[in-house]
Design a protein around this ligand. Sequence first.
Ligand code: CS2
Length: 504
Amino acid sequence: MAPLKLSSKNLSQIASTAGEHKVQVPSYTRGDAVKEGIVHVGVGGFHRAHLAVYVDQLMQKHGEKNYAICGVGLQPFDAAMRDALGAQDHLYTVIERSAKGSFAHVVGAINSYLFAPDNREAVIAKMAHADTHIVSLTITESGYYYNENTHELQSEHPDIQYDLDPAHETAPRTTFGFLYAALRRRHQHGLRPFTVMSCDNMQKNGSITRHMLESFARLKGDAAVADWIATQGAFPNAMVDRITPQTSAADKTALADTFGIEDSWPVVTEPFMQWVIEDQFADGRPAFEKVGVQVVKNVHDVEQFEKHKLRLLNGSHSALGYPGQLAGFKYVHEVMENPTFNKFVWQMMQEEVKPLLPEIPGVDIDEYCRTLMGRFENPTIMDQLPRICLNASGKIPQFIMPSIAEAIWVKAPFKKLCFVAAAWFRYVNGVDDAGQEFTVDDPMREELQTKARAGGTKPHQLLSIKSLFGDDLRTDERFLAEITRAMEDIARDGILKTLEKYVD
Ligand code: CS2
């Protein structure tokens, strides 16, 4: 039978398709019958597999009607998401894959979508609307314009400069330009500020968002709004987790063949999902805890969870990604099938990352690491290395460098972490060990490549990028010796042979 095109009209038929591959569909009302309490900026795979799934469960199981999502795309490439969702009533399928099999369910939590380049004013008006209580973000590390060294907003960045220009007030480019314009309007209208809920992988994501936005408002010369944000605004910190690969053409075909659904942009993900969020909201929130979200009172607790996740999960992803790509692998599970890599990742977590992490009551860190190994080994999700390696300049300073810096401080081992940093330094050249070229997709690519070429097997040029590395590491003799050795070995012997030296 020909697959059914995903749409509101076809939902009941999709649900009733008999057989073992039953699909769950939303039975809640959508459209004008619900309020869009959440405006989400950056609707990619991760958002659609994470926050939108939690909201879908709230709507499906708990009758939530005030917090449907209006998706927002700020970047030109978001036109593809606008078109895909727009053509299927903003419905999409989440396919969970593991050794247990494939499960599909249709998510209806995204109720509408605004593409900013079409109408920037509409996005500001939506955020400023009284029904909007939360603006959530998955804009990637680079979307925060955060200088890792000074901990300040990159105020000289051309995008920020553009948005600071009064002429662009109702037609901004950056997330902060939109948030500021909308909050200013809410302030004028006597509304409460919406909560800005970062769902990006950054330590202290909420606090950073708060500081960047307040700085932006001050640079605008708007002390009234800046003070209002500082005193009344809410920016919960959060740890978010669900491995979500990029959707492939094969995923769409499999969905049509196995589940009988024609969906132009489904999401494939793992069964695991986790979200720990600080209970700090300025204008109400849905009862997230009803659907398994860990809503915690204490910001310190969130920070501990963030630290565990960023350094163990994302740090290990980096350890698989850059060396894995240089060694010619394509997927995370393939790298895990290599016994040396498998050992390396486990040993790096156990010997170099874990000893620096705080204990969290109720969390068994070894069990957490074992679960991670299983998640990385999951062959059914086909998680692509280029996805892991994307925008590394926003990742390595978050996932790897803090562990190195702390290890140096407390005189703990950090050799394996240095191997990962060295592999990234080689990776930025864009050529693997077999001489194959690959794309380095990073907003800082040009600067990184120029420095990598000028530096050869010495790290000094790259380490001089202060916004990424700060001052301390650059002058530390132990660190310089370790990373230089790893860079020289990789250049001479290749990744796989060098890696042998790093496992016991
Ligand atoms: C990955 C993350 O992009 C990356 O570097 O490590 O996207 C990872 O899959 C998620 O954080 C999992 O929660």
